[in-house]
Design a protein around this ligand. Structure first.
Ligand SMILES: Nc1nc2c(ncn2[C@@H]2O[C@H](COP(=O)(O)OP(=O)(O)OP(=O)(O)O)[C@@H](O)[C@H]2O)c(=O)[nH]1
Ligand SMILES: [Mg+2]
Length: 313
């Protein structure tokens, strides 16, 4: 209990060690992590969160560090969350943290990776829990890096306010762009590696794919950037600030919070329910067999399982 209190105080004060402890507890699903999440002070005011997604090797880490450095230089306090859905190793994430974004860490930024291992509610839920911890600390911006694979990137997009989608020239542009659902979630497009041939063609192509501007709708800018040299990063930071102002001016904070609360609750509830029903081992096995042997259809069986579940209460 004394330890929990010390970690709580440390988190509120922004101590990297305490934050590291707290996030490990949360990540590993320890009882201490749940207790911590219960006791965390709820932050007054809005904490801007930005997600960076895009194909492997697009330059997300390089760009996030650059953006973080720009913000820190202006007196902002930056936390970076690197979401690694693929990493199955508990030690891997920690090792990665020490090597990750050394310049940003030296400038006072906080950098942490998140590898998910069966968190209740999936990756987005684990990310949301991490953000709750960071919200209790004195940060003024949170940047989230996530590898653009499968459904996870769309998931993570649901826990941040602003989504930056990185593209790079020469990767087979159509493949990057036609991935369902990814174009739609971006608030800012970055064509990174603008020092490479074809970058400006990609910028024009992206612009041509955007719907015509509409009053009162956010128009995603398409920004050419070279993350390695920092070219275009100032413009990107300005676009992030503009999107945040856009959200604030339209009273979107309340709506975003409501949507997030709804998604988090549904995800956790779905997980809890499935665990509970599977816990009734015998009924579960019978149900699985009924579906496997084609005696009953899965929807009917699921409905019956649910009814039994509620009937017991
Ligand atoms: N030429 C050029 N190379 C860049 C640029 N930005 C990043 N790179 C290089 O691209 C490589 C990948 O950069 P990362 O920042 O690790 O890319 P990432 O998207 O975080 O990669 P993963 O996290 O592994 O998916 C590195 O070698 C960078 O130096 C750029 O603007 N121009
Ligand atoms: Mg990276």
């Amino acid at each position: 209990v004394a330890e929990l209190e010390a970690v709580l105080r440390g988190v509120v004060a922004g101590s990297p060690r305490a934050l590291g402890r707290a996030l490990s507890w949360v990540e590993n699903g320890h009882e201490a992590g749940r207790e911590l999440l219960r006791l965390l002070p709820r932050r007054q005011g809005w904490l801007p969160t930005v997600g960076f997604t895009g194909p492997p090797g697009a330059g997300k880490s390089t760009l996030v560090e650059q953006v973080g450095l720009r913000l820190q230089a202006r007196g902002e306090r930056v936390a970076v969350l690197a979401v690694d859905p693929s990493s199955p190793f508990s030690g891997g994430a920690l090792l990665g943290d020490r090597l990750r974004m050394p310049r940003l860490v030296a400038a006072g930024g906080f950098v942490r990776s998140l590898a998910t291992r069966g968190a209740l509610g999936g990756l987005a839920a684990a990310c949301a829990d991490f953000l709750e911890v960071l919200r209790a600390a004195p940060f003024s911006w949170v940047l989230v890096e996530t590898v653009g694979v499968g459904q996870d990137e769309v998931d993570v997009a649901s826990v941040v306010d602003t989504v930056v989608l990185l593209q790079v020239p020469g990767l087979g542009d159509d493949v990057q762009l036609t991935k369902a659902g990814v174009m739609e979630i971006a608030h800012v497009f970055v064509v990174n590696k603008k020092d490479r041939p074809g970058a400006m063609d990609l910028v024009r192509m992206l612009e041509s794919l955007l719907p015509p501007p509409e009053a009162d709708l956010w128009r995603p800018p398409v920004l050419p950037v070279a993350a390695t040299t920092g070219e275009g990063v100032e413009e990107l930071v300005a676009a992030l600030e503009e999107h945040q102002r856009f959200l604030a001016a339209r009273g979107q904070h309340r709506e975003l919070s409501r949507q997030r609360a709804e998604r988090r609750l549904s995800a956790i509830l779905a997980d809890l329910l499935v665990r509970e029903i599977k816990g009734q081992t015998e009924a579960w096995q019978l149900a699985v067999a009924a579906v496997a042997e084609g005696r009953e259809d899965p929807l009917t069986v699921a409905e019956k399982l649910l009814q039994c579940q509620w009937g017991k209460r």
